[in-house]
Design a protein around this ligand. Sequence first.
Ligand code: MG
Length: 366
Amino acid sequence: MKITHISLYRYDIPLKAAIAISLGTIESAQNILVEIKTDEAITGWGEGSHLWMIVGETQSSGLAAATDMARLLIGRDPLDIEGCINSLTRYLPGHPTTRSAFDMALYDIAAKAARMPLYQFLGGAKRSLVTDETIYINTPERMVDDALRIQNNGAEAIKVKLGTNLRDDIERVEAIRNAIGDTIPIRTDANQGWDVVTASGVLRAIGNWNVQYCEQPVRRHDIAGLLQIRRNTTVPIMADESLFDATDAIRLVREEAVDYFNIKLSKSGGIFEALKINAIAEAAGISCMIGCMSESRLALTANAHFAASRQNIRFCDLDGCFEHADDPVHGGITYNGYQIELPDAPGIGAEVDPVFLATCEHKTIS
Ligand code: MG
């Protein structure tokens, strides 16, 4: 099989409202789509959601990088996933979100060629995945409203964005706990917003309020800080921005810096590297979460296939599309409440509505 054409789409999805995390505010999902065509009439789809303040790529820089990446893949065998991904990484280190869109399309083709849904192609089974829902940074009153709505919808876990300052962050969690009672676990995420002293103070204060873990309390490169916070508090610590690839995973394991990993295909550069990260985690006794940026159900479905394929992935945070004002995806995962149902079609099993696609700026490399 040979890759003949690759089309790149500027894939903008409006949000219902702007969302805020400690790093900044997001007004719309500025994603890209990659469509890889082959000489055997099999087409693969991939999506990247560039959360620039985390990955250092924007939609525009991603599209520019994707043009060069596409040229490298024309004429190659898409079933040689390792060869294709290694050549992209060697040519252009970095750009994990853009690379992940290519990786996703290659796995889509390979699983379609094998006539298997992707979770099965990856050697896994269709198992139960339950996502949490995220509350973004706002006043305690607005965050309480969101928490009550999510509780009423039947969520099994609520993720709360924090990372502003000690007093406000403790007040947010206290207000939410007082409103929803003690039964639903709260997952916290500071998105690098604290220093060691603040993180230790907040986590000590909220430590007895059924807090399941805290994602990324301090800056990405502060591995010693993660370890120190882990020693200072009983709340388990999860690496998110500190964990992009397998090399990061080895360092975090060696330094005993965290209890859990948050794997996202948009950080790892796709499934090929995510499988390595999970293998390192599992060998080290670290359970993983599958997380997301602001992907549509296309990339969320690829993330869900990967999560279903590995039992070491224990937590699921695949709610990126909940904030989208438009859902242009046909097929793919469906949400039964917070339970995720995977499709049985070969490959990822999701495509973008051709009418929506026709409105997206695009170009084709052949
Ligand atoms: Mg996070």
